[in-house]
Design a protein around this ligand. Structure first.
Ligand SMILES: Nc1ncnc2c1ncn2[C@@H]1O[C@H](COP(=O)(O)OP(=O)(O)O)[C@@H](O)[C@H]1O
Ligand SMILES: [Mg+2]
Length: 244
């Protein structure tokens, strides 16, 4: 299988404090990886570095074979916009725009799809995530869970090759979480790689493998294989045992 993102000896320090230690990680095209670990162990920092939103102190990051640090900023921004999707811990929505306008904004910036396709894609994602009735609302007026779903819609608009998701279901109840994870499994089956941080073992059980980050280094790993609905209980049991 081809590799979409690769970290080689990635280390990250903030003011002399080491947060990521010598990380070697490959994400294959169409792979779904869950990253777990205690608060403060470096999960978000890992996502920021792998996606080129932050730069490592040492080591290299490759996206589709290209070393990210060697790319000039405009090219890196273009890759982030057109080939990567992001769901942050906080939704980071533009406060002056409606739910729908927040979702379609990066699609217009990218210019990959025509106006009608953008409108139809936005409608479809809002419907699938259950926020279609809030499309015209001011983002300040909707709940945290709805904001999180809007940021998921926004991340999927340009059909990214890889989705970086930092606790994407953190603000959702269990039924909404299940619906979002069904979407993640579906887009993953259609070829989008996913790197997702989560504290929820049931959510992690949807991934192909679970990586445990410990004090900035990759510790144990659990291989689950491709998700299938009929093996859900067994996967959840294995993920729960792995977390202990
Ligand atoms: N921009 C930053 N400046 C200084 N320290 C940071 C910065 N970002 C993260 N850290 C520190 O790095 C460590 C890991 O943070 P983070 O990656 O957010 O952990 P996690 O997502 O696993 O909870 C924490 O100790 C945090 O305080
Ligand atoms: Mg975090």
């Amino acid at each position: 299988m081809k590799i979409i993102v690769e970290a080689k000896s990635l280390s990250k320090e903030f003011q002399g404090t080491t947060v990521l230690r010598n990380i070697n990680l490959t994400v294959e095209k169409g792979e779904f990886i869950a990253v777990m670990g205690q608060s403060g162990c470096g999960k978000s920092t890992l996502l920021y570095n792998l996606s080129g939103m932050d730069r490592p102190t040492s080591g290299k990051i490759f996206f589709d074979g290209q070393e990210l640090q060697e790319l000039p900023e405009p090219q890196m921004s273009s890759i982030r916009l057109k080939k990567m999707g992001f769901v942050f811990q906080k939704a980071n929505l533009l406060r002056s725009l409606s739910v729908r306008d927040n979702i379609i904004f990066p699609a217009y910036q990218a210019g990959i799809f025509k106006r009608e396709e953008i409108n139809e894609n936005a409608r479809r994602w809002m419907e699938q995530t259950g926020i279609l009735s809030s499309a015209k609302q001011d983002v300040r007026k909707i709940s945290g869970g709805q904001q999180q779903r809007a940021s998921i819609c926004r991340a999927l608009m340009n059909r990214p090759q890889i989705l970086f998701a930092d606790e994407p279901t953190g603000a959702l109840n269990s039924s909404a979480t299940g619906e979002i994870m069904d979407i993640f499994n579906r887009i993953n089956a259609e070829g989008t790689a996913i790197l997702m941080v989560t504290h929820d073992g049931k959510v992690a059980a949807r991934a192909d493998r679970i990586i445990y980050l410990e004090d900035g280094a990759i510790g144990e790993e659990l291989i689950l294989g491709k998700f299938s609905k009929d093996r859900r209980e067994e996967r959840e049991k294995r993920a729960a045992a792995f977390m202990r």
